[in-house]
Design a protein around this ligand. Structure first.
Ligand code: F6R
Length: 365
């Protein structure tokens, strides 16, 4: 039931602190116990992992892209990510010691399932499903499973499934990293960040009203550009996907460093540009990309860490985010973009929970 909420999507956005809490519960007591969340076979299989291949579709694919940044940065494990509809139809090389990971809310997505069923190569050491539905085909057919505990997701646009997938993927990175010698002090540090996550998302949800106000600027627009750098690039992609699917405004995401290689030509006063600016090592580079946009007359909407000192000004609208620890930042910065899309869609009067032409579970290719 929707209860006090107008739409399931809105309810599901606000359920994220609880959904993440459930996904973490009883699983992050210590670095050594993390592995228990992946099933009995995990210790033997994870021991043999040298590289990771992630396959998924849509929003779940974006979760995989974030995981790649984490896996290579934190655990030092090479990782490839691909959309299932491409992966299954091309000849690909499987390096020895590959862990095959699928990510799916429903566990019934046809292309993702087909990719899983096609993993005969002896170079795969195991198949792990990160999934929200216990009884799904994907879960039944994978020897390793991590269940996200988001609860039923009814809105077609995925929200709490995505942030719980990211939570599970970060736990996977720590677990695999530990097998590869990542020290427990570093793992404890990131577990500490994960414990803060529900509370931080709660704080960001409180920005709902100012985001609703901001959304008015998008209602009449035909296009929007989303920018992010590093691990925030997939967050920008996910922001753009949310906006297009529920508001029908054309949206694209670029890694901010690519702007001058083409998309900058699109920027004028009719092209709002949304950016996420956490306080990380790429902040200064991002700020200069934002200047490039502003110089072409683009209106900027920046979700910025309150310590990042991104200044409000003519054509620069800043929404201050709480200080967020670096590793979990992509999870936290997803939320304001969900709220933005939601409010734009409501103002445009679209069918938020059931956007045209889309189905919740894509069981045909
Ligand atoms: C976007 C969305 C879709 C799904 C995609 C994969 O909001 O919901 O892009 O993410 O169809 O679905 P699952 O995760 O069920 O495999």
């Amino acid at each position: 039931e929707k209860g006090e909420y107008r739409h399931y999507m809105q309810k599901e956005i606000f359920e994220q602190p609880a959904a993440i809490q459930k996904t973490l519960e009883g699983r992050i007591d210590s670095p050594a116990s993390l592995i228990d969340a992946f099933g009995e076979k995990a210790p033997a299989i994870f021991d043999r992992v040298k590289t990771v291949q992630i396959v998924a579709c849509g929003t779940s694919y974006h979760a995989g892209m974030v995981a790649r940044y984490w896996l290579e940065d934190i655990a030092g494990i090479p990782c490839q990510v691909e959309v299932a509809s491409e992966f299954r139809y091309r000849n690909h090389v499987v390096p020895e010691g590959t862990l095959f990971v699928t990510i799916s809310q429903s566990g019934e997505t046809a292309d993702t399932l087909a990719a899983l069923r096609d993993t005969q190569s002896p170079n795969y050491v195991g198949r792990l499903a990160i999934c929200n539905v216990d009884s799904s085909s994907l879960v039944r057919e994978s020897e390793l499973v991590f269940l996200t505990k988001a609860g039923p997701e009814i809105g077609v646009a995925s929200t709490k499934a995505f942030t719980t997938q990211l939570t599970g993927l970060l736990m996977l990175v720590l677990t695999l990293g530990r097998q590869k010698g990542l020290d427990d002090a570093r793992i404890e540090g990131i577990l500490g960040e994960l414990r803060q996550l529900p509370n931080l998302i709660e704080q960001v949800s409180a920005l709902d009203k100012p985001i609703e106000k901001l959304s008015e600027a998008f209602v009449e627009k035909h296009h929007t550009l989303f920018l992010g750098r590093g691990v925030q690039f997939p967050v920008a992609l996910e922001g753009a996907l949310k906006l297009k699917e529920i508001s029908y405004i054309h949206a694209e995401a670029y890694p901010a460093g690519e702007l001058k290689h083409g998309p900058l030509a699109l920027v004028d006063s009719d092209m709002p540009v949304v950016s996420v600016a956490p306080n990380d090592e790429l902040l200064e580079k991002l700020k200069s990309n934002l200047q490039e946009v502003r110089a072409r007359g683009g209106e900027l909407y920046v979700f910025a860490d309150k310590n990042a000192h991104v200044k409000e000004g003519e054509g620069i609208h800043v929404l201050n985010m709480p200080a967020v620890p670096e590793t979990i930042a992509p999870i936290v910065y997803t939320v304001p973009l969900q709220l933005l899309s939601y409010h734009v869609a409501v103002l445009r009067g679209t069918d938020v929970d059931q956007p045209r032409n889309l189905a919740k579970s894509v069981t045909v290719e």
